[in-house]
Design a protein around this ligand. Structure first.
Ligand code: GDP
Ligand code: MG
Length: 441
């Protein structure tokens, strides 16, 4: 799948110390192939890869994540953008009745989706909803919608044989106004292929009813075809959004990536099954996460970027370069751990960190002790914090009393500091934080 391909790409990057332009370009070649195999349209792939390459090469790597993880984050953000940013809801804040017109090819799932949306609006948003089928091409089409209406407990416009789509639409509008409906859903006829008669019919219905939403229903399984269909519809009517159906099957996900770029319109819903509640609000963040299959890494990078003040990190780096690491530094490290959601959260997110977490736990470090260790540092004098080696027996007792703890605890902290200072020296020899991450990942 697309997700597997992409994580393969990033597995290769993970654990590298520094990210070169060659690394980025090699990874992007594979991203390109992965997207093309997932049926994403070629021009869309090209734009995407160009954008990500530019950002990745210029990117500053946030301290405490690997360059590979940073690239994952950049790809993830670009995917969200490509999928339309934050999800968009239906635009129904109008003087009722709000008119939603459904368009698309035959078999794409229009009628089913009409009923799904009707169910959602009436049950979840307590709207008074009416559906009308304008499909006079297929013999049983209007009857199909009537039955669905009964199943979801939503009114349908009474069927009058022999009426043309525009007449049915006009009748639906009248009935909705008279009977005080909030929403009218118009289910139009499809064709097997996009043709001029279909487009003319759509345009006539749109002119008659002035819809607030025109939703294009597209079958995600049709891959590249879905993109062509979307392009032709977008050129003929003022679409306001797209519904992708059959995302429950083994659709390769490419259609969802192309759709926004090709139509310029947001995907508003995803159909995920034949049942009438199998409709999800389309959530770009979730879909991007699923495509990458690496939600944890992304959130780690985000949190690291939020919590690590660049200045603090710079200062620490400068001290490390000189082989210094005092109690003030230890304290800011402890506070940072706390901000990032405690030891557990941090360790759980980093690949290969399980072992280190066990060691820390064996040493008695957990979220509670983090706070206690901080208290110990706070009851040291400024001089003691900078030169912990002056802390002899008497000072230990004073510090322990001040922090409301034992001398043992003070010793534990001093030992921890010593070990970390030694580790810092080693890291410096290995080539900085990048080297550390390499070792751990
Ligand atoms: P229309 O011709 O565009 O009105 O398409 P229909 O609504 O009649 O749907 C055609 C077939 O697709 C029906 O058997 C539906 O149950 C099925 N269908 C629609 N949406 C979905 C979906 O999201 N997932 C799956 N698995 N089937 C769907
Ligand atoms: Mg239909």
């Amino acid at each position: 799948s697309l997700s597997d391909r992409l994580s393969g790409v990033f597995d290769k990057l993970r654990g590298r110390g520094a990210l070169t332009e060659a690394d980025v370009r090699a990874a992007m070649r594979e991203v390109r192939v992965a997207l093309l195999e997932a049926d994403v349209a070629l021009p869309v792939v090209k734009d995407f890869v160009d954008k990500v390459t530019e950002r990745a090469i210029g990117a500053e790597v946030t301290r405490s994540v690997t360059p590979g993880q940073q690239v994952v984050k950049i790809v993830h953000d670009a995917l969200i953008e490509m999928l339309g940013g934050t999800g968009e809801a239906l635009e129904l804040g109008v003087t009722p009745p709000a008119v939603i017109m459904m368009v698309g090819l035959q078999g794409s799932g229009k009628t089913t989706t009409t009923a799904k949306i009707a169910k959602r609006l009436s049950e979840k948003e307590r709207k008074k909803v009416m559906m009308a089928s304008l499909d006079v091409n297929r013999p049983a089409a209007q009857e199909q919608l009537r039955i669905l209406g009964e199943q979801v407990n939503v009114a349908t416009l009474p069927i009058i044989a022999g009426q043309q789509p525009v007449d049915i639409a006009r009748r639906a509008m009248q009935a909705a106004k008279l009977q005080g409906f909030d929403v009218v859903l118009l289910d139009t006829a499809g064709r097997l292929h996009v043709d001029q008669a279909l487009m003319a019919e759509m345009q006539a219905v749109a002119a008659t009813t002035d819809p607030h939403e025109i939703l294009l229903v597209v079958d995600a399984l049709t891959g590249q075809d879905a993109v062509n269909v979307a392009q032709s519809f977008a050129g003929q009517v003022e679409l306001t959004g797209v519904v992708l159906t059959r995302l429950d099957g083994d659709a390769r996900g490419g259609a969802s990536l192309s759709m926004r770029a090709v139509t310029g319109k947001p995907i508003k819903f995803a159909g995920t099954g034949e049942k009438l509640d199998a409709l999800d609000a389309f959530d770009p963040q979730r879909v991007a996460g699923r495509i990458l299959g690496m939600g944890d890494v992304v959130s780690l990078v985000e949190r690291a970027a939020e919590t690590i003040e660049a200045e603090e990190a710079e200062k620490l780096a400068a001290k490390m370069a000189k082989g210094q690491f005092d109690m003030n530094d230890l304290r800011s490290q402890l506070m940072q751990m706390k901000r990032m959601g405690g030891m557990g959260a941090l360790m759980g997110m980093l690949p290969g960190m399980g072992k280190m977490q066990k060691q820390a736990e064996a040493a008695g470090v957990n979220d509670k002790t983090l706070a206690r260790l901080e208290a110990v540092i706070l009851s040291m004098t400024p001089k003691e914090r900078v030169k912990p080696e002056i802390i002899a027996a008497k000072r230990k007792i004073r510090i322990a009393n001040g922090a409301g703890t034992t001398v043992q605890e003070v010793n534990k902290l001093l030992k921890m500091h010593q070990e970390m200072a030694n580790a810092m020296k080693k890291i410096r020899k290995m080539g900085g934080m990048g080297g550390l991450m390499k070792m751990m990942g």
